[in-house]
Design a binder for this molecule. Structure first.
Ligand SMILES: Cc1ncc(COP(=O)(O)O)c(C=O)c1O
Length: 391
């Protein structure tokens, strides 16, 4: 039995329609998007427009032109951070962030003198909005916070944090890498100015896809991260001002976006609400199973009821360790002996592991569910970990 429980890295499998759409694009169309007037070029532009429209609808954006396609979550976070932060700016972020936020911020502080304050989570893993308010300054340009942790699975109160940012005149950037497609998101009701997410995780598209949402007017403030050909205004050597092509220079990942377009149609018909129900049930089953194992230590939301505290909102990410096994060793045995694909280590988020106290020991083992995970697979994982732990 082969059980994929690394959906936090990228979702697998994808809906069949995603494979078919990417394959069909390459075999039957195969052209550069928006670069020609022949039939295939027009069809490819139509596909891109549809994909943008579906993404806007899914996220509650003001319109399709507010969606910029990128090549990953990291790509969109770089575009946002590097495009906004200038010398003399202050940024508030959190200790829980992924290296895709931490490293651009470190680079901005070293090369542009941008100052950064990192807020620590409270005991339950949540970033308290009042702790964000306490470090805001008059020159705080941006608050950059993840919506859900790729290690603890804990969901952050991004609406309340956004309100605090807005009251200070600061912009709010949400890293939705672990929430888009897993949690309903309605940007029309959220004080959020930018949201970056991969297309290949919860949105169920192929690797090599991602997107950024930009609140209307933000293009006046956000410098271009990548400049070049857009297939429009070719006579002008200045970057176009129009959204979304202003931020989409160079050829698109057209087969990937054809797949993402099909994935978004799948999410539209299945609904994120229904996917959330399924993933919450599977996560609960996994946590219950692991909780009964005395030699297994759970972290994040999964540890909370055991400690007598109520579980905070969370996504389908569960981190644990097994007594006497280093995380990498436990993950290797789970793969070799039980066919379970888990991710061990620091998960590109060293601050979370420092906070959890798992940094020195090499992190944790992480299991993450997706919409196609089954209860049988969860039960196999629990039985295997029980055998590994000898409990
Ligand atoms: C919280 C978080 N942010 C950002 C990223 C980066 O996304 P991508 O892998 O698409 O670059 C990830 C991926 O693991 C993540 O978990």
């Amino acid at each position: 039995m082969s059980v994929y429980l690394d959906n936090a890295a990228t979702s697998f499998p994808k809906p069949n329609s995603v494979y078919e759409a990417a394959d069909r694009y390459q075999r039957d169309c195969g052209v550069s998007i928006g670069r020609g007037a022949y039939r295939e070029a027009i069809a490819s532009q139509r596909m891109l427009d549809q994909c943008r429209q579906r993404a806007a609808l899914l996220l509650g954006a003001e319109g399709p032109d507010r969606i910029v396609f990128t090549y990953s979550g990291t790509d969109g976070l770089n575009m946002s951070l590097s495009g906004l932060c200038r010398p003399g700016d202050h940024v508030v972020s959190s200790e829980l962030e992924h290296n895709s936020v931490l490293r651009p911020l470190r680079w901005l502080s070293e090369t542009r003198g941008v100052e950064v304050s990192f807020v620590a989570p409270r005991g339950d893993g949540r970033i308290e909005p009042s702790d964000v308010r306490a470090v805001l300054r008059p020159n705080t340009r941006l608050v950059a916070i993840q919506q859900a942790s790729n290690v603890t699975g804990v969901v952050q109160p991004v609406v309340e944090i956004g309100e605090v940012a807005r009251a200070n005149g600061s912009l709010m950037l949400v890293d939705a890498a672990q929430s888009a497609g897993h949690l309903p998101i309605d940007l029309s009701q959220m004080p959020v100015d930018l949201l970056a997410c991969p297309g290949h995780k919860g949105l169920l598209g192929p690797l090599g896809t991602g997107l950024v949402y930009l609140r209307p007017g933000l293009e006046q403030q956000l410098d271009c991260y990548r400049l070049g050909g857009t297939g429009t205004q070719s006579e002008d050597d200045r970057q176009p001002l129009q959204m979304p092509e202003r931020y989409e220079s160079g050829n698109h990942n057209a087969p990937g976006l054809a797949g993402l377009n099909a994935a978004l149609a799948h999410l539209q018909s299945e609904t994120v609400e229904q996917i959330r129900r399924v993933e919450t049930e599977l996560t609960g089953r996994l946590v219950e199973g692991l909780r009964s194992l005395s030699l297994v230590t759970l972290y994040g939301h999964a540890s909370q009821e055991r400690n007598g505290t109520e579980r905070v909102p969370h996504v389908g990410v569960v981190s644990f360790n097994v007594t006497d096994f280093a995380p990498q060793e436990a993950a290797s045995i789970l793969d070799d002996s039980f066919g379970i694909q888990a991710r061990a280590g620091l998960h590109c988020a060293p601050g979370v592991h420092r906070w959890l106290g798992t940094f020195a020991g090499g992190g944790t083992v992480r299991l993450s569910v997706g919409p196609f995970t089954t209860a049988t697979e969860i039960d196999h994982a629990v039985t295997s970990i029980r055998e590994l732990a000898g409990s």
